[in-house]
Design a protein around this ligand. Structure first.
Ligand SMILES: [Zn+2]
Length: 193
C-alpha cells in the first residue's frame, strides 16, 4: 500500500513538474476594459500670465499693482477652464492694459476692465469662439464670464470676469453705433443673466 502511495505521489509530481515550468499564460485583456475612447486628446497648452501681460508688467511697472496681479491670476484660471472646454487655443489679442495703452486703444472704454486685469480680448475674426460662447451660456454663467455685445467687437470677443452695471451676460459697451451690426442677431436667453 505504502509503495502504491509513493508511486502515486511520484506519478503526480512528475506530471505536475513540467506544468510548473511552463510560463504563466499572458493576462487576458478584455477590450472593453481598455479606456481608448476615454484617453483625453492632448488639448492646447495652458495660457500663462505672460500671455495676458505681454511684458507690460516690466514696461509699465509703476502701474502694475498687486491688485492687478491678483486679478490676472483669477482671470487666468477662468480663461484656462474656458480654453479647455473650447478645446482650441484662445489667441489673446489684449489682456492687461496700463492707462497709456488703454488711452491709445481705439474704442477702448475709459474705465475698461482691461485696466484692472479683469478682461481679455480673444482674436475671433471668424466668430467661431463667439458662437461657441453663445451656445454655452450655461457654462459662462457657471464660470462667471460676461461679454461685450459682439456687434461692438468686429474681429475679437471681449470676455470679463466681473458683471457690467446692467448685469447682462452680453452687454452693450458703448453709446456709439455698433461697428459690426450684422455680426450677431443680438438676442439670447435672459435666464443666463
Ligand atoms: Zn476688451
Amino acid at each position: 500500500m505504502e509503495i502504491f502511495l509513493k508511486l502515486l505521489k511520484w506519478v503526480f509530481s512528475s506530471k505536475q513538474a513540467p506544468a510548473a515550468q511552463e510560463s504563466p499564460p499572458p493576462p487576458v485583456v478584455q477590450p472593453e476594459l481598455v479606456p481608448a475612447a476615454e484617453t483625453p486628446k492632448p488639448g492646447p497648452a495652458p495660457l500663462t500670465r505672460a500671455d495676458l501681460l505681454k511684458g507690460r508688467d516690466k514696461q509699465y511697472a509703476a502701474d502694475f499693482t498687486q491688485e492687478i496681479s491678483d486679478n490676472l491670476d483669477k482671470l487666468l484660471i477662468i480663461l484656462n477652464k474656458l480654453q479647455a472646454a473650447y478645446g482650441k487655443r484662445l489667441p489673446i489679442s489684449s489682456g492687461w492694459r496700463p492707462p497709456a495703452v488703454n488711452e491709445a486703444t481705439s474704442n477702448a472704454a475709459k474705465k475698461s476692465n482691461h485696466l484692472k486685469g479683469l478682461a481679455v480680448d480673444i482674436a475671433d475674426a471668424d466668430g467661431d469662439f463667439m458662437r461657441w460662447c453663445l451656445s454655452n451660456l450655461e457654462l459662462m454663467k457657471e464660470l462667471g464670464v460676461w461679454f461685450e455685445d459682439f456687434r461692438w467687437t468686429p474681429t475679437w470677443t471681449h470676455c470679463q470676469i466681473v458683471p457690467p452695471g446692467s448685469g447682462r451676460r452680453v452687454y452693450v459697451p458703448s453709446t456709439a453705433p455698433a461697428p459690426a451690426p450684422t455680426r450677431w442677431a443680438g438676442t439670447y436667453d435672459q435666464k443666463f443673466d
